[in-house]
Design a protein around this ligand. Sequence first.
Ligand code: SF4
Ligand code: SF4
Length: 352
Amino acid sequence: MSLKEYLSDPLLNTLYRQIRQAGPVRSISVDLTHKCNLRCKGCYYFEEEMDSYRAEEEETFDAFLDSEAQRGTNFMTIVGGEPTLVMHRIKKIYDRFKCSVATNGLRRIPYEGFENLPIGVAIWGDRETDAALRAPDEKKDLFSRALKNYRDDERAFFYYTVAPGTAHQIERVVEECIQNGNNVLFNYYSDLAGLGGVYDYRKGFDKVRREIDRMIERYPDRILINKYFNRVISTGRLYDMQWGYEVCTNLSVNYEPNAERLKNGFPYNPHFRAYFADFQTVRRCCTGIHRDCDSCFDTWEHFSWIMIHLRKHLGSKQEFTNWLTTMYLFYLINRLVDYREGMKLLPEIQGR
Ligand code: SF4
Ligand code: SF4
């Protein structure tokens, strides 16, 4: 069957049309500040001392925004450091670009002035695991604070990082997020601090994948990844490719050491750059400078990996559906399509 025939399916047609209307994404990632009010175990940012890149002058940030606008950037993934420590910078980006922000949830991003901002609120497990990993000294109940800050806030989804040995926590954590009025997106723990045991990514994510699949079936209107994506990210397999640096799509294109990779024939995003918080220097990729790519289960990178490989997914209607629904979820989470209309379609999307 051809693309045209696949698109005679009304749902696929709707999703495809909305994506086309939204247009292509020319994205970058930016560390909004080098500061953070936590020191989570295994945070990629501090593991590689990315906070050594700093800009204290606000003019540098303003010039950076001007230059990215001129370069044609239309989407920014705001990370850090903790972006809410520099709320005025989130505002400056929000007013000029499409964007999404990742936060630890301790400071609420006000509604006024940020009405359509996608906010990914990090949690790393149930209360005990989350506190052990993210506030090891004080054992603060960060999870409860994040729930309180974003109760019934439609902008917020919980960005839940799961480790291989914590799959049994998934159900009750998901339930609590949903009861709080929020949706859930998953991430997979990389154990960059070398904790081992239940946190060791080398043990594999089979149990985690099964639990997440079960959550997708139970809450098809609330979980923001589909089973296909869950399989790709947890196995690292996409057709004949194995996830890693050689196939990774979101690499800073102006970072000299990436030049060889960019010539190897695998597609990549020609616009992408990952900026440090000096707003000038780029690094290898969003989540690393030198880290071992075997530890990389980054959700956004895997979305991009699937999205860039439309052609591989054209062999059957199911494969095309896998591609299109994954692509649509990316657009939906990041509010590049109409969010409320899109959320109404979510159960049907998950049913495919
Ligand atoms: S809150 Fe985020 S930036 Fe801060 S230490 Fe934790 S993972 Fe790293
Ligand atoms: S760590 Fe960076 S370069 Fe390596 S696979 Fe992940 S995103 Fe790509």
